[in-house]
Design a protein around this ligand. Structure first.
Ligand code: GDP
Length: 287
């Protein structure tokens, strides 16, 4: 199954981003800390390397991610040339305030006065770009939503006299190379509800939970994960939560149970979970 998700406005966004990149000093790439590689758009790397721009990789929503996995990701990113990585939670007051100083370190020659530091925020939909923008500007300017692709047009703002900040629309790649990436993005709500059937995404999530966080299932739903497979987890959630298809002799409502599992993951109700680590990524890619 290949997930194709390439709305027309993304093409325009990418073109515009390439033009704007010529006029900025540091790229702030916002990633979802729960799946940093799946939520990184390869196009951003291509664009910034072409212009030789350093990059601050922000692993946002770190409040929802597994701290151990986040640490491993930071180590791995901080070893890359021209890259600095930090874990933040835009929703925590003060976290976003660290961002300008980090960017300044990446572009020491842009030290204010006649040469203000020019930053640009990039990232796939729903990773928290608008929330970051608002936190940095300390007022509600960008529209924040939990539906993908709310940020539509490019905006530029002065951040005091010494810094400017540009926002780009959510960038998405033309096709997702690995199905697992599509699944992680769908689970984390970075691609729209209809791109992949919720039940498939829920089974994908259930398999990760079984492999790496089985105790969370017991804590949240009160059933033992041992011996279950992905679909078995969904069925167990349905039974525990009384999701029954009406008029079908007690048949479990797997669609409803899938939504419950996904929503619990998205809200952090299953605890802090990362869908990938540098190690699982290596295994997935066979490198
Ligand atoms: P954008 O599409 O990249 O601009 O993403 P938004 O800023 O609209 O954020 C998408 C959703 O993620 C919203 O519901 C935000 O409230 C939520 N969000 C953003 N940052 C964080 C964070 O650090 N932690 C948590 N838990 N939620 C966040």
């Amino acid at each position: 199954m290949a997930i194709q998700w390439f709305p027309g406005h993304m093409t325009i966004a990418r073109k515009k981003a390439a033009e704007t990149l010529a006029r900025i000093d540091v790229v702030i790439e916002v990633l979802d800390a729960r799946c940093p590689e799946a939520s990184s758009n390869p196009m951003i790397g291509v664009l910034r390397l072409h212009r030789q721009r350093p990059c601050l990789k922000l692993l946002n929503k770190a409040d929802l991610a597994d701290p151990e996995a986040t640490r491993a990701w930071l180590d791995s990113y901080n070893r890359q040339k021209g890259v600095m990585a930090a874990a933040i939670s835009c929703k925590k007051p003060g976290d976003a305030a660290r961002v300008p100083a980090l960017c300044q370190q990446l572009a020491p020659h842009r030290d204010g006065g006649v040469k203000p530091l020019r930053m640009m925020i990039m990232g796939v939909p729903n990773v928290g770009k608008s929330t970051l923008m608002n936190a940095l500007l300390k007022r509600r300017l960008a529209k924040v939503g939990d539906e993908p692709a709310v940020t539509k047009s490019q905006q530029s703002f002065d951040l005091g006299a010494r810094m400017t900040l540009t926002d780009t629309p959510g960038l998405m790649w033309p096709n997702i190379e690995h199905d697992a990436d599509g699944m992680m993005l769908a689970a984390s709500h970075a691609i729209g509800r209809n791109a992949v059937p919720e039940e498939e995404v829920a089974v994908f999530l259930a398999n990760i939970l079984l492999e790496r966080y089985p105790a969370r299932l017991a804590t949240r739903y009160g059933f033992a994960a041992k011996g279950l497979d992905g679909p078995g987890v969904i069925e167990a959630v349905a039974r525990r939560r009384g999701c029954i298809v009406k008029g079908r002799g007690g048949e479990p409502d797997l669609e409803k149970a899938s939504m419950i599992l996904l929503q619990d993951y998205r809200d952090g109700a299953l605890g802090r979970i990362s869908l990938e680590t540098p190690e699982t990524r290596r295994v997935m890619l066979g490198t």
